[in-house]
Design a protein around this ligand. Sequence first.
Ligand code: PLP
Length: 409
Amino acid sequence: VFSSDNVPQAPEDPLFGLMAAYRKDTFEKKVDLGIGAYRDDNAKPWVLPVVKKAEGILQKDPNLNHEYLPIAGLAEFTSAAQKLMLGAESPAIKEKRVASFQTISGTGAVHLGGLFLSKFYLRPNDQPIYFSSPTWANHNQIFSNVNLPIKTYPYFSPQTKGLDYDGMRAAVESAPEGSIILLHACAHNPTGVDLTHAQWADIAKVIRAKSHFPFFDCAYQGFASGDLEHDAWAVRYFVEQGFELCIAQSFAKNFGLYGERAGAFHFVTGPGPDAQNTIGRIASQLAILQRSEISNPPAYGARIASLVLNDRELFQEWEENLRTMSGRIIDMRKALRGKLEELNGKEGSWKHITEQIGMFSFTGLSEKQVLKIREDAHIYMTKNGRISMAGANTGNVEYIAQAMDKVVR
Ligand code: PLP
């Protein structure tokens, strides 16, 4: 029987609570460093010029209608998404051993992957899924909801404010053989700390030796460095090494298509004579899961991304737009670090801000300091000291630096 007494009050999503508190604040110089979306130098959302252009093209298309997409989504979108992620010359694409499904952005892709693995991944010893500590908070919920046991590997070193590679490696090495290892492809959320190429190659060896299964979450390709190839390096390296793996790909940040929910899930099987058969079976099961969850994915965002991804000129313009976004973020990192070090006179004391990459920076501020900065300066950030660099601009970066400097003294 249903008893409403059996439904406890759930805690509020911390990020959405923070946004609400920011909106309520009437202080003129308030700053939102919690947001997970790009803002321009005037703190406004930015519709990418190339997206506007694609929207114009779409609106003029006389054949445009609102019919359902196929279960796997818009084929020209998923095939372009595949090439973007794996590289047009990828052996996996050439050997037709990739199954790709359009999903409800990156979240939907992580979920579809989680659901698929919860049904078909053999875990005789109850092998868990491991993700980094910390990670994007939703990972926890998504994988718990499909009943995969969760464990974490160390990732961030509070001392260096960089990667705790030794800790990560040791945990991956001692995980029970055949565990699932979730990896952020680039621009790790929330720390902004990524592995070097040498570390990726080394962790790949450990993953192979332990027969673990790599699951890549790629939410920031092109947005992190401004270079699509560079940001896809780790995924492509693992595929080249012949791993069987899966990838959740989001187009929210790199196209600014947040609310349109454009994303893709890719499953790549290892090479071998039976690979095409295998991928056919996998795709058939993914189709059933997709059908039962969403029937078919939303069309609008995928149509826009598809137009851009499949047109040489639009693609180049998109790359330009990506460089604008990532360039502004990198400039803000330099400005924030520069002002902070100017204030305390200690060169290198905030170097982690420019060493980290992508939308977020893990400042190292404690929860107490975070709350103090909110109270004193009306600057909003998550309790773990993560700041969204997208919230910084030429008009407020000095103010942010002054407030941060004050709170750490
Ligand atoms: N994965 C990571 C690591 C993220 O940071 C995000 C967004 O913040 C996502 C996935 C998914 O985002 P979306 O569902 O908007 O594509």
